[in-house]
Design a protein around this ligand. Structure first.
Ligand SMILES: Cc1ncc(COP(=O)(O)O)c(C=O)c1O
Length: 405
């Protein structure tokens, strides 16, 4: 190898510090994007530093600024969301954090859906308070309430495309026109729908966030997040640069190993989502007819009404997430958890395996009792992430567990 030749005559101790790091130099390209596990890149001259830094030559400097493996993953999410640019981060929360950092200034106001992943809601509240901004929470399905809240000069409107844990589908085109009329950005967390079921930027949203820890990676073995900015977003280039700058300065970068795994996850996202959707629909129908269940929340059930947001906006399936209310509350849920055989209690979602969670004790435990009651996050609410196992095994696990209550 060239590297070893150059090091001829060097002591083994010095050689060990350098050997093996030379570029392979190949006329053929790897079929799969490699893992660039390098924190930093080598320069041949000061002139080259200047050119790369100023964007005159294409090159990398330091992996907190940009890394080729992370960029390959960003390019994939960017394409799937139809975005003008995507920034990856170390988790979904990190992605939300750098978005808020870039979008919300002192004395500004954010309006947000009240039904959201619990930590996102807490972050919006705390982040706004810390930077001297304010946050207001609204029922995102009540467009008049949203419009009224936006009117006195809000800077951003935040919602989930399918809400955690009640599976309400946000009317993105209507929310985008309300936000834009008020001069604000619409920011959508698209974690539950994934770009396979909804592409919010094409429906008028400005910024799309993912917890790629969930469906995009799909195997419960990494944490990752992304923020994508739309091509039609007013001042989009500046927003994208501000988000990238927040990541570089605050430092919540995605590691190249995790980026590589997340990109591998994307290869099967389409087939996984198809299976998740089919299984979830079947389970929702079965749960609906159980006398132990008082309510089932699933966009596929709302879609019976052709005017519903679910029917209009989710053309390729209604998602793999549903929630149900069991008759009897906390103690009955505990028995149900113990009765289930296939579905484990795992406070996350979006993996291949069917899992359940209890929002009141996990993802939404930070909410006050009053807020939980107001938003319908009761002690009897169970959230199900329906996996890709065979439909009849999933359905019989749940129906069997409910019948034994
Ligand atoms: C809808 C939604 N958004 C964001 C997050 C946060 O993502 P992460 O856990 O990757 O930080 C979660 C986590 O459960 C979530 O459910």
């Amino acid at each position: 190898m060239e590297g070893a030749f150059c090091m001829k005559g060097m002591s083994a101790k010095s050689m060990a510090v350098h050997i093996g790091s030379a570029e392979r130099g190949s006329v053929t390209e790897p079929e799969v994007a490699p893992i660039y596990a390098s924190a930093v890149f080598k320069f041949g001259s000061l002139e080259q530093v200047e050119d790369v830094w100023m964007g005159k030559s294409r090159g990398y400097v330091y992996s907190r600024m940009a890394n080729p493996s992370v960029e390959a993953f960003e390019e994939a999410v960017d394409g799937l969301e139809g975005a003008a640019g995507t920034v990856a981060a170390s988790s979904g929360m990190a992605a939300t954090c750098i978005s808020l950092d870039a979008l919300l200034g002192r004395d500004e106001r954010i309006v947000s859906a009240s039904v959201l992943y619990g930590a996102t809601r807490t972050l919006i509240e705390q982040d706004a308070a810390r930077r001297g901004a304010s946050a207001e929470f609204v029922d995102i399905t009540d467009l008049e309430e949203v419009r009224t809240a936006m009117e006195p000069g809000a800077r951003a409107l935040f919602c989930e495309s399918i809400s955690n844990p009640l599976m309400e589908v946000a009317d993105i085109p209507a929310l985008a026109s309300i936000a834009h009329a008020a001069g604000a950005f619409l920011v959508v967390d698209n974690t539950f729908a994934t770009p396979m079921l909804m592409r919010p930027l094409e429906l008028g949203a400005d910024v799309v966030i993912h917890s790629c820890t969930k469906y995009i990676n799909g195997h419960d073995d990494i944490m990752a997040g992304t923020v994508s900015v739309g091509g039609a977003t007013s001042g989009g280039t500046g927003i994208l640069a501000a988000i990238r700058n927040s990541r570089t300065l605050l430092g919540p970068v995605l590691s190249p190993f995790e980026a590589w795994l997340a990109l591998r996850g994307i290869r099967t996202l389409g087939v996984r989502m198809e299976k998740h959707c089919g299984n979830a629909f079947a389970l929702a129908m079965a749960l609906k007819s159980s006398h132990k269940v008082t309510a089932v929340h699933y966009p596929g059930l709302d879609a019976a009404d052709p005017l519903s947001a679910a029917a209009r906006l989710l053309a390729d399936g209604y998602g793999g997430m549903l929630s149900l209310n069991v008759d009897g509350g906390r103690e009955v849920v505990d028995r149900m958890v113990k009765n289930l055989k296939l579905a484990a209690f795992v406070p996350s979602l979006g993996s291949c395996a069917t899992t359940i969670s209890h929002p009141a004790s996990t993802s939404h435990r930070g909410l006050s009792e009053e807020e939980k009651a107001r938003t319908g996050i009761t002690d009897g609410l169970v959230r199900v992430s329906v996996g890709i196992e065979q439909e009849r095994d999933i359905v019989s696990d749940f129906i069997g567990a409910l019948e034994k209550l």
